[in-house]
Structure formats: C-alpha cells, structure tokens
Design a protein around this ligand. Structure first.
Ligand SMILES: C[S@@+](CC[C@H](N)C(=O)[O-])C[C@H]1O[C@@H](n2cnc3c(N)ncnc32)[C@H](O)[C@@H]1O
Length: 235
C-alpha cells in the first residue's frame, strides 16, 4: 500500500485525515459498511460498463471505502487504484482484493493530497464521499482529480447532493431523515449527523465547481432530491 508523500501544508489547510461527521473508520463501522450502503458487485459492474472501464483502462477511485468498485475494475484487468484516508477501510479493501484473487493498487491518501503515480487515468470516480469536504475544498479536490486524468478522460461523481428548491430545504431534509427509519441502511440519527456535520451541497454549486475544475458536463441525474450523479469529461 503506497503512502502519498505528505508535503507540509500551511496551518489553514483543511485536515482531510481528521474524521468528519458519521464515524466510518472503526473496525465495527467498516464491517457493517457494505450492508448499510447496499454495496453490490452487480451495480459496480453496471457503472464500470457505462464508464467503458475495460482491460488496460487506468481507473482511480477516490475515497474507495471497502474497495468493492476497485476490486470489480481489477477483475476486468483494469489498472485499478483505490485511494482512501482511512487505514481501516484500506485494510478491508486490501483483504477483499486478496480473497478475490485480484490485483489492485491501494493508496493511503486523500482527495486533496493524492498524487496519482504512473500514466494518466482514463477514468476517475468518487462515490458517496466528496461531501466530506467543505465547498471551497471540494474545488481543490476536483482540480486534483482533473490533474490525474488524460484530456478527454471521464470523471464520475455520485454523492448525497441537493436538487430541491432551497425554499423547501427543511421539509426535504426531514423527509430524507425519516425515510431512513426501519430500513436496512444507515440510521435516522446518522442521516441527521450527516446533514449537521458533513458538507453535502446543492447540485448547482457542484456544477460550478466541476466547470471551474476543467470538466465539461456529459450528463447528470438526480434519482432523488438528496442524491445524484455527474458524468464529466476533462476538457
Ligand atoms: C461513505 S464512504 C464511501 C465509500 C465508497 N466510495 C462507496 O461508495 O462505498 C466515504 C469514504 O470517504 C473516505 N474519506 C473521507 N474523507 C476523505 C478524503 N478527504 N479523501 C479520501 N477519502 C476520504 C472515508 O474514509 C470513507 O471510506
């Protein structure tokens, strides 16, 4: 597992290795993560197909968590890189790759400081994680992601993001919390913590950040008012 060489940052720099919001880095949280998140190899493969990830493609998954997506990419012989700030998540991901008999690269690094080694990436992805950064730092992260990609390469973002009318925010957020009750997913209290302490933002803010990071929008969709995706191409 490689460690990004950490460059001394100014005191005002965002501390991306410090946990934010819902605690996901404990062994117990990691062990129950896939069940709570509904991780599915089938859905991973659908997305890999959509993004045309195949043998020899260079893929970087930022904030890879338990590594299912990277493992599925490696299974199809992509040059697959998983990046995460959590040593516990990376331990789990590494074991998953070993037990599945696939070879991937794992990096203990973050959105802000990861330096992609080797040839520029064809595809950079990040799912359910960019909200860990306040908006100004999202812009840093997206610029860093763009720097990993070859021109014309694909950037994929899936996250908790808000497409509702800001005037309806209180009702929409409460509906989101209430929907978690009784499901086999994160608890309503964890959703409350997410809203209060993490940094999910509006889709129209993300569009501006993506544009300023050098991405052209290929498609976007919001299956729920609180979740959505962007598929982008590096200009
Ligand atoms: C909700 S999980 C998502 C994991 C995975 N992408 C998925 O879709 O299942 C959020 C992940 O982001 C990681 N993370 C938090 N801040 C990060 C940062 N600044 N850079 C990289 N990873 C980060 C956490 O350790 C955790 O593994």
């Amino acid at each position: 597992m490689s460690e990004t060489q950490r460059v001394q940052k100014p005191a005002w720099y965002f501390r991306e290795y410090a946990p934010v919001g819902v605690e996901l880095g404990t062994p117990q949280a990691v062990a129950s993560y896939d069940r709570n998140q509904g991780t599915s190899a089938e859905r991973d493969n659908e997305l890999l197909d959509r993004l045309a990830v195949r043998r020899g493609s260079v893929l970087v998954d930022l904030a890879c968590g338990t590594g299912s997506f990277v493992v599925e990419a490696a299974r199809r012989r992509a040059d697959a890189h998983g990046v995460d700030v959590s040593p516990e998540m990376l331990r789990y991901a590494t074991k998953r790759a070993e037990s599945e008999g696939v070879s991937a690269h794992w990096h203990h690094a973050g959105f802000l400081d990861h330096q992609h080694p080797g040839p520029a990436a064809d595809v950079v992805t990040t799912r359910s994680a960019l909200h860990q950064l306040p908006d100004m730092w999202k812009q840093h992260a997206l610029r860093n992601a763009a720097g990993m990609l070859k021109p014309g390469g694909t950037f994929y973002l899936w996250d908790a993001m808000f497409s509702f009318d800001p005037a309806a925010a209180d009702q929409e957020l409460q509906l989101w919390v209430d929907a978690a009750a009784g499901g086999h997913t994160f608890t309503p209290e964890e959703f409350e913590t997410h809203i209060r302490e993490e940094f999910s933002t509006y889709t129209w803010i993300l569009e501006g950040l993506l544009d300023r990071a050098g991405f052209e929008l290929v498609s976007s969709s919001c299956p729920m008012p609180t979740q959505g995706e962007f598929v982008c191409r590096k200009r």
